[in-house]
Design a protein around this ligand. Structure first.
Ligand SMILES: NC(=O)C1=CN([C@@H]2O[C@H](COP(=O)(O)OP(=O)(O)OC[C@H]3O[C@@H](n4cnc5c(N)ncnc54)[C@H](OP(=O)(O)O)[C@@H]3O)[C@@H](O)[C@H]2O)C=CC1
Ligand SMILES: O=C(O)C1=N[C@H](C(=O)O)C[C@H](O)C1
Length: 267
C-alpha cells in the first residue's frame, strides 16, 4: 500500500485528490495538511472532501502529516510548495507537485530539492492536456513559420497565476518546436498603437471568470486557414486522478525531477 499525504487538503484540488486517493487501488490517505490556523484543522479530511470519513484529521503540521506517509501530493502555491519540498527532501519523502506559477528562480530551487528525492512536477496532470503537448509539437513542426501562434486560456475567477502553467508549457513546447526561445517571443500584452504582429511572437491571452475549470486553445493562424488545438476540463477529477497516478508511479524511482510525460510514457 502506498501511503499518501495531501497539502491544501481543504482547497479546490485538495478535496478532489483526497477523493481520488479513496477511489484508487493500492493507495491510502495517510495525512492531510492545511496552513496553520486554518478553520478546517482537526476535521476529518474525507468528510471535508465530501467522500466519507477517512479517519485522517487535517493537521497544521506537515511533519505530523508525513509521519506515516511515503509520498506528498502538493497543490498549493509556489512559496508553500518550496517549503514543503525542503521538508520532504529532509525526511526522504517522494513528492507530486501540481502548483503553478513558479518563477525561473523558484523552478531552479525545486530542481535542487529534486536532486535528493524523486519529484513529479507538472502544470497539468490530465491525460488530455499531456496528449495535447505532443500534438502541439507535431503541429508546430509541420506548420513551421507560415502560421502565427496565439494561445488563449480561460479559468475561474479565483485563479491567482496568469497565464496558467499549462498555457506557459504549451507556449514553451511550440516555441521549442519552432526553434524559438519562449521567454523572448511570448507577448502578454497588446494595447494602443502597439504595432503590427511580429512573425516570431506567441500571443498569450488570459480570460478569468465564474467557475470555468480550465480551457486552453492554441491557434495556428495562416493565410486563409486556421488550426485550433483545444482542451476543455469539465471537472477537476482528472487532474486529481493524474496526481494520484503520479504518486503510485513514483514508487522505487531514483531521485530526480520528472513530469507527467514520464508518468504517462509519452517521452
Ligand atoms: N497541475 C494540475 O493539474 C493542476 C494544478 N492546479 C494548481 O494547483 C494550485 C492550487 O489550486 P486550487 O486547489 O484551485 O487552489 P486553492 O486555493 O483552492 O487551494 C490551495 C490550498 O492550499 C492551502 N494552503 C495555503 N497555504 C498552505 C500551507 N502553508 N500548508 C498547507 N496548505 C496551504 C490553501 O488554504 P487557504 O485557502 O486558507 O489559503 C488552500 O486550501 C494552483 O497553483 C493551481 O494552478 C490546479 C488544478 C490542476
Ligand atoms: O488553477 C487552476 O484551476 C488550474 N491550473 C492549472 C494551470 O495553471 O495550468 C491547470 C488547470 O488548467 C487548472
Amino acid at each position: 500500500m502506498i501511503r499518501v499525504a495531501v497539502t491544501g487538503a481543504a482547497g479546490r484540488m485538495g478535496g478532489r485528490i483526497v477523493t481520488a486517493i479513496k477511489e484508487a487501488d493500492g493507495l491510502e490517505l495517510a495525512g492531510a495538511v492545511e496552513r496553520p490556523g486554518h478553520d478546517m484543522i482537526g476535521q476529518d479530511a474525507g468528510l471535508i472532501a465530501g467522500c466519507g470519513a477517512s479517519g485522517v484529521k487535517i493537521s497544521g503540521s506537515l511533519e505530523e502529516a508525513l509521519a506515516n506517509a511515503d509520498v506528498l501530493i502538493d497543490f498549493t502555491f509556489p512559496e508553500v510548495t518550496l517549503k514543503n519540498l525542503e521538508v520532504c527532501a529532509r525526511l526522504g519523502k517522494q513528492v507530486v507537485i501540481g502548483s503553478t506559477g513558479f518563477t525561473p528562480a523558484q523552478r531552479a530551487e525545486a530542481e535542487k530539492a529534486a536532486a535528493k528525492i524523486p519529484v513529479v512536477l507538472a502544470p497539468n496532470m490530465s491525460v488530455g492536456v499531456n496528449a495535447c503537448f505532443k500534438l502541439l509539437k507535431e503541429a508546430a513542426g509541420i506548420l513551421g513559420e507560415g502560421f502565427d501562434v496565439e494561445i488563449v486560456e480561460l479559468h475561474h475567477n479565483k485563479k491567482k497565476d496568469s497565464p496558467s502553467g499549462t498555457a506557459v508549457r504549451m507556449g514553451e513546447v511550440v516555441a521549442e518546436a519552432l526553434g524559438r526561445d519562449y521567454n523572448k517571443v511570448a507577448n502578454f500584452h497588446r494595447e494602443g498603437m502597439c504595432g503590427e504582429r511580429t512573425k516570431e511572437e506567441i500571443g498569450m491571452q488570459t480570460v478569468r471568470g465564474g467557475d470555468i475549470v480550465g480551457e486552453h486553445t492554441v491557434y495556428f493562424i495562416g493565410m486563409g486557414e486556421r488550426i485550433e488545438i483545444s482542451h476543455r476540463a469539465m471537472s477537476r477529477d482528472m487532474f486529481a486522478r493524474g496526481a494520484v497516478r503520479a504518486a503510485g508511479w513514483l514508487k522505487g524511482k531514483a531521485a530526480g525531477m520528472y513530469d507527467m510525460q514520464d508518468v504517462l510514457g509519452l517521452k
